[in-house]
Ligand binder design. Structure first.
Ligand code: ZN
Length: 339
């Protein structure tokens, strides 16, 4: 399988949190958190379509100004997600500038801000450049199963963590890769066509094996006359299925039992886990009073979640020059060697 998500930290693990998830074969990207963005080239910033923000401490949210500055004057829409109160905070940030010159722009850069409340309800507002970025089209939202965004091929999920204030962890998950085996298709005398998209969607949605799927034998064949197969038959004969990728982002969370369970649930089986490792375990008391994880705690959570790769970040500046100690402590715990 060719991995689609290419995630990486934008800044040093000692600097502002921000993970850039580049999409292969698609001029597009998503972000986890919105710390300082100046390390990203403009062309990469302009690819961003969705930004998932844990909470609005300044080091996680300061990049909004840079983002707006680069996107202004372009026909572009960006979706931002954050915790309770987030829509108002986006509005206040935008309202701190004077927008008298934007009303006759040719383009309408738009931010759609969504906040997610602890009970799974939420709120979305649009902020259009052409209307001076005032909130409009505000709608109530409701999210089930933690899913806050889905589109063809992928979805984003969140879980609420306790950082003395709400802090959201996120995962970005690809749906199953459904590859059509062309030579097997030909053996059955079938032709490629839109019907294969219906088959892929039915498999990704977990439809039962006896679901009927109408195939196509020749280009231009009327849709109603093609032979009908069951989903189970087609999956057996013309399809190869591979699991999709999963990238998980966890930051600013106290090491409580409830947080740990939620983190492990969200991150289970992830290909990449980006997780804060703010303190060394020697300073676990300090970590507890600041509601952060130690490197050892982060490694243990990664181990419990059985992730394939773990990338620590959000190191406290007190360890400047000692980043390798933090990484080593996390690796040890991840490998099961810590007390
Ligand atoms: Zn933080």
């Amino acid at each position: 399988m060719t991995p689609v998500f290419h995630p990486s930290l934008v800044n040093s693990p000692f600097a502002d949190p921000c993970v850039y998830v580049d999409f292969l074969f698609d001029r597009r990207a998503m972000l986890f958190d919105l710390g300082t963005l100046t390390a990203l080239p403009t062309r990469k910033v302009l690819r961003i379509s969705h930004i998932f923000i844990s909470h609005t401490h300044i080091d996680h949210f300061i990049g909004l100004d840079h983002l707006v500055r680069l996107c202004l004057g372009r026909q572009k829409q960006i979706h931002l997600f954050g915790p309770a109160g987030f829509v108002d905070q986006v509005w206040h940030r935008l309202a701190s500038y004077t927008w008298n010159l934007v009303y006759n722009y040719d383009t309408d850069f738009t931010i759609v801000a969504t906040e997610i409340l602890p009970d799974g309800s939420g709120l979305s507002s649009e902020f259009h450049c052409l209307h001076g970025f005032r909130p409009e089209n505000t709608v109530a939202r409701h999210f089930t199963g933690g899913i806050i965004h889905h589109e063809e091929g992928l979805c984003a999920k969140t879980t609420l963590l306790d950082h003395k204030i709400p802090s959201l962890a996120y995962s970005l998950e690809e749906k199953l890769h459904v590859n059509i085996l062309k030579n097997h298709l030909e053996e059955l005398g079938l032709e490629v066509g839109p019907w294969l998209n219906k088959l892929k969607t039915a498999i990704q949605e977990g439809k039962p094996d006896n679901t009927p799927i109408r195939a196509c034998r020749a280009k231009g064949e009327p849709a109603a006359t093609g032979p009908v197969f069951t989903l189970g038959e087609l999956r057996e004969r013309i399809v190869k299925i591979e699991p999709g990728q999963k990238v998980c982002y966890v930051t600013d969370a106290a090491f409580t039992q409830k947080n740990a369970e939620r983190i492990v649930d969200l991150a289970r089986g992830a290909d990449y886990l980006f997780i804060e490792a703010t303190f060394l375990d020697d300073d676990s008391d300090r970590a507890a009073t600041r509601h952060h994880l130690t490197a050892s705690q982060a490694g243990k959570l990664a181990r419990r979640a059985e992730v394939a790769r773990v990338i620590p970040f959000h190191f406290s500046p007190r360890y400047t020059g000692r980043g390798n100690e933090i990484t080593a402590e996390l690796q040890q715990a991840w490998n099961g060697f810590s007390p």
